[in-house]
Ligand binder design. Structure first.
Ligand code: 3EB
Length: 306
């Protein structure tokens, strides 16, 4: 096993910590699994494992899974995010997996703006600072695929990631402006992520970033969850079309393994209805209740294609 992600009420399965496998506890309700659920990342090859400061990792020859623990509860989110990403970028370089493939971020109280700047926007500033400090530039290094969701107030930042030995290809979505080019009305710093990463791991593998009801840079269908689900799936279709045309790999919605985040648990039935309709009855989807990074968004969907 490469790593574990536990979604659910924090640390009900505390014993998992003793396994010496990197594990991220994400304090969010799993719809339909009250006690929580573990996502397991498996390797076909031998793995080695270690930890260093706030980072725990396991790796095989091509892939590294890591978790970052945020230590200092006193620190502001921007600084904590910067420090976490600086540690992450330094560690993957030192270990020989310099390409950040996919990052998952869960930020406690993500939409809270009581300090003047919404916490998601503070997070974006810290994340960008860390990428800049490592001499990173969109021109020569693609940002990772990512997702950024809420979590319970007492989780400052839960972060886990995959890094690779070989460089992935970054994919952008023809229906959406690249997130790193968003205008400043979404915050002083744009988010640092690509719409998807494509890599060969015993065959082509696609990591699709959290995708929402955004066309261009604008949120579509505020307050209408059903239309947001449909728009989001159109965005994922467009991304698959891009992968098909530009890279010759042919995936359909029905081949994907999905993870979805709903702002309101009450929309679960509607989400299932739309997924059944559009993707098919056999759809593979873990559904989590979490806040989305823009207040007007009610749903975000990510996926992996193997
Ligand atoms: C969006 O398209 C919706 O900040 O890392 C999706 C995936 C979103 C990743 C991130 C944010 C992030 O802008 C939100």
């Amino acid at each position: 096993m490469l790593g574990i992600v536990h979604y659910g009420p924090n640390e009900v399965h505390r014993g998992l910590r003793e396994l010496d496998i990197p594990i991220s506890f994400v304090n969010v309700p799993v719809l339909g699994h009250g006690d929580g659920i573990c996502e397991l990342w498996w390797s076909q090859q031998k793995v080695r494992t270690a930890s260093h400061g706030p980072i725990s990792w396991r790796a095989n020859e091509s892939l590294l899974f890591l978790t970052v623990e945020i230590g200092n509860a006193e620190q502001c989110l921007q600084d904590a995010t910067r420090d976490a990403y600086c540690a992450l970028l330094a560690e993957i370089n030192a270990l020989g997996y310099p390409h950040l493939l996919r990052v998952w971020n869960h930020i406690g109280d993500i939409n809270d703006d009581s300090t003047g700047l919404e916490r998601y926007r503070q997070f974006n500033m810290g994340r960008q600072e860390a990428f800049m400090a490592s001499n990173w530039s969109v021109i020569n290094v693609a940002p990772p695929a990512a997702s950024a969701l809420g979590a319970q107030r007492n989780t400052p930042l839960a972060l886990f990631a995959l890094a690779s030995h070989h460089a992935p290809l970054a994919i952008e979505n023809p229906r959406q402006i690249s997130a790193y080019d968003y205008p400043q009305n979404y915050g002083p710093c744009p988010p640092t992520f690509s719409r998807a990463s494509l890599i060969d791991l015993d065959g082509p593998t696609l990591f699709i970033s959290g995708t929402a009801s955004i066309v261009g840079h604008q949120s579509m269908h505020p307050d209408n969850c059903r239309e947001q689900i449909r728009e989001t799936l159109r965005n994922i279709e467009a991304l698959l079309g891009e992968v098909r045309c530009s890279h010759g790999v042919d995936w359909e919605l029905a081949n994907l393994q999905f993870k979805a985040y709903l702002r309101n648990g009450a929309d679960l039935w509607m989400f299932r209805e739309e997924m059944d309709q559009i993707v098919g009855k056999e759809v593979n989807c873990l559904i989590i209740q979490a806040d989305i990074c823009r207040r007007d968004l009610l749903v975000e969907i990510e996926a992996v294609a193997l």
